[in-house]
Design a protein around this ligand. Structure first.
Ligand SMILES: C[S@@+](CC[C@H](N)C(=O)[O-])C[C@H]1O[C@@H](n2cnc3c(N)ncnc32)[C@H](O)[C@@H]1O
Length: 201
């Protein structure tokens, strides 16, 4: 069976590697492996989200969410930028979660909590969500995922999603605006859109 980066238990043989996440304000070396998203290097969209999206306040407490954390570039960057914040890093892919745990540990990021979606406390709400969402799971599953998690933002809090225009960023923006709340394109670069979503209350 073909393996996807969003398999719960990737069966592809392990092929460990490391990548560097280099941003103006931080540098992290991250473990990667086969069977997870973008193992050869930090995805260009992820990097743009971290460059052009808002950074959390350095003194923020969170809790924040990285929805679909993979090996953890977004969660670890949030943890580095807001060292006292609780950052939930959530993914269905077990191998990705293990890598994210190792990457947060190595960087000394005590606030990063890596979890399967079903292990996040149901009553937890978030002070911000950052995500490079799993577009390739298909539109119905993606919509269901966003309807599950974005309404869990605290009142007044926002989500920032990076999506490539060739993967439907503009139609997703329309759907988010109609189904979740006001949606603004805060950046458009190299084909990627960063969408800011403020759920209706
Ligand atoms: C585009 S990748 C981004 C990974 C990582 N944030 C990065 O920037 O490298 C999307 C991630 O969402 C995960 N994913 C897929 N379906 C999910 C679901 N229902 N709940 C949580 N994560 C999911 C995939 O396993 C994948 O790791």
């Amino acid at each position: 069976m073909q393996q996807h980066y969003f398999s719960a238990r990737p069966s592809s043989p392990s092929k460990p590697g490391t990548v560097d996440l280099v941003l103006p304000d931080l540098r992290l070396t991250l473990d990667t492996d086969a069977g997870v998203f973008s193992p050869q290097g930090v995805d260009a969209g992820t990097k743009l989200l971290l460059l052009d999206g808002p950074a959390p306040d350095a003194a923020a407490a969170g809790p924040f969410l990285d929805l679909g954390c993979g090996y953890g570039p977004i969660a670890c960057a949030l943890g580095r930028r807001a060292p006292d914040a609780e950052v939930w890093a959530v993914d269905v892919n077990e191998r990705a979660r293990e890598l994210c745990v190792a990457n947060a540990d190595r960087a000394g990021l005590d606030g990063v909590r890596v979890a399967a979606p079903e292990d996040v406390p149901a009553d937890l709400s978030f002070a911000g969500i950052w995500s490079n969402p799993p577009i390739r799971i298909g539109k119905p599953a993606l919509h269901a995922l966003l309807l599950d998690w974005l309404p869990r933002l605290e009142p007044g809090a926002k989500a920032w999603l990076v999506v490539h225009k060739h993967l439907g960023a503009d139609s997703l923006a329309g759907w988010l605006g109609a189904s979740i709340g006001p949606t603004t394109r805060v950046s458009s670069r190299a084909g990627y859109r960063i969408l800011e979503v403020a759920p209706d209350r």
